[in-house]
Write a protein that binds this ligand. Structure first.
Ligand SMILES: Cc1ncc(COP(=O)(O)O)c(C=O)c1O
Length: 424
């Protein structure tokens, strides 16, 4: 049996409509090579993970050195240097007073632990999240995920979760225009607090740029307005940077675009450039809320992953990757805006840094062009380009490459996307 046949027989993939027919053999930078030597430009990066580039030599070398020393110690039972060094580094590079990290293994696990910490610290029990959000696939994280497609057939969910309208200007809940809306969606948070909760809200959870929901970028004043309301009701601001972190949006963390100080931040995906690791960080007084025996995970803070994470962050800093990402954003958006004029199927082009979405619609009524989005992804694949498709309506092309992608590779990417749109 070949790899695909073994997958079909022995791997439970029932949760995805189809695994893309690419069997990875090796990958470097923004390129992936399959078993037959076919080359692809990777514009999905394992869902926004390999920010420092596939097989980044410095990350690999550092991980190998740690592998040769020891692989595991249980980082909460014994001390390990890579985890201590990484925690120190995260305290330096995260905004505001965020200072103490708990390390786990996946984005969902980080969010799950951070929810617990928010409850324990505030002694309150409810949460507010955003419609169209995604926070993971465990019980609590699905409970705060605002998307029926992800939640169906697994309820009922955790009580005490309310949802605020998303800052999704292209499909504004209130049918307003960003120039004149006066941040109605942010203001509405107060109505949610007053009318949908019983006044016992521990935290408001939001992605600084909403990834799975369709690369939704909150307008500039959004988080400031939200924070004013949260402060008034003594509710924590919990930002889920699982997808938007580690230079993905052109800043080390997405929330830095909005000049507000979060109380809790979660991270995963790009943190160790592909090695499994996640974490949640908070101010000391919040982090110190846990008491002995309350929170732990066997593999969390694995020394190899932590060493790889430090090397990833050093690489992102030394190479000034975030700054380059801002430049690349301009290049990509310029060409996509041009395509938008040419192809009426493009309803909206949006994103920050190299977290870019192209929303496809069938008509002026913005009917989601779901089959067309799938067809574009298939056509791109045939032409040697890997992209994602997502969004609450499954009609958003997602361009989220390794951040080291070259301008030439981006150029080729956009040429392939344009050709594929032309074939519709
Ligand atoms: C914003 C956000 N939070 C949480 C998660 C869940 O992360 P994981 O799949 O590592 O559990 C994701 C995954 O896509 C995500 O995008």
């Amino acid at each position: 049996m070949n790899t695909i046949e073994k997958y079909n027989k022995y791997v439970n993939t029932s949760m995805v409509a189809a695994v893309m027919p690419v069997v990875f053999d090796r990958a470097e930078g923004a390129l992936v090579f399959d078993e037959n030597g076919q080359k692809y430009i990777d514009c999905f990066a394992g869902i926004a993970v390999t920010n420092a580039g596939h097989s980044n030599p410095e990350v690999i070398e550092t991980a190998k050195t740690q592998l040769d020393k020891y692989v595991h110690c249980c980082s909460y039972v014994y001390y390990n240097k890579p985890m201590a060094d990484l925690a120190e580094k995260l305290a330096q590079i995260t905004p505001g007073r965020l200072g103490k990290t708990f390390f786990a293994n996946s984005g969902a696990e980080a969010n799950e632990g951070a929810l617990r910490m928010a409850k324990t610290y505030t002694k309150k029990h409810e949460f507010i999240a955003l419609q169209a959000s995604f926070h993971g696939r465990t019980y609590a994280t699905l409970s705060i995920t605002g998307n029926f497609a992800r939640k169906k057939r697994a309820g009922p969910y955790m009580p005490g979760c309310s949802f605020a309208p998303p800052p999704y200007c292209y499909r504004c809940t209130f049918n307003l225009k960003p120039e004149t809306c006066r941040m109605r969606c942010a203001q509405y948070l107060e109505d949610i607090i007053k009318f949908d909760t019983y006044g016992d809200v521990a935290a408001f959870i939001a992605e600084p740029v909403m990834g799975e929901g369709g690369i939704i970028v909150p307008p500039e004043p959004y988080f400031k307005k939200v924070k004013e309301i949260l402060d008034h009701y003594s509710i924590l601001l919990f930002v889920d940077e699982v997808q938007s972190g580690f230079a993905r949006t052109g800043k080390m963390f997405g929330i830095e675009h909005y000049s507000v100080e979060p109380d809790i931040m979660t991270m995963a995906k790009g943190i160790a450039n592909g090695l499994p690791l996640s974490g949640f960080i908070a101010r000391d007084e919040i982090a110190n809320t846990f008491q002995p025996g309350e929170h732990l995970t066997t593999f969390g803070g694995n020394p190899v992953s932590c060493a790889a994470s430090l090397a990833t962050i050093n690489f992102l800093e030394q190479e000034r990757v975030a700054e380059q990402v801002m430049e690349k954003e301009k290049l990509v958006k310029e060409r996509l805006e041009y395509m938008k004029e040419k192809y009426s199927i493009i309803g909206d082009v949006r994103g920050k840094g190299l977290m870019i979405g192209v929303e496809l619609v069938k008509d002026n009524a913005k009917t989601p062009a779901v089959d067309e989005a799938k067809a574009v992804r298939k056509s791109c694949l045939e032409k040697g380009l890997l992209i994602g498709v997502g969004g609450v309506w499954a009609n958003v092309l997602r361009i989220q490459p390794p951040l080291v992608i070259t301008d030439d590779q981006l150029d080729e990417t956009l040429t392939i996307i344009e050709k594929s749109l032309g074939e519709l």
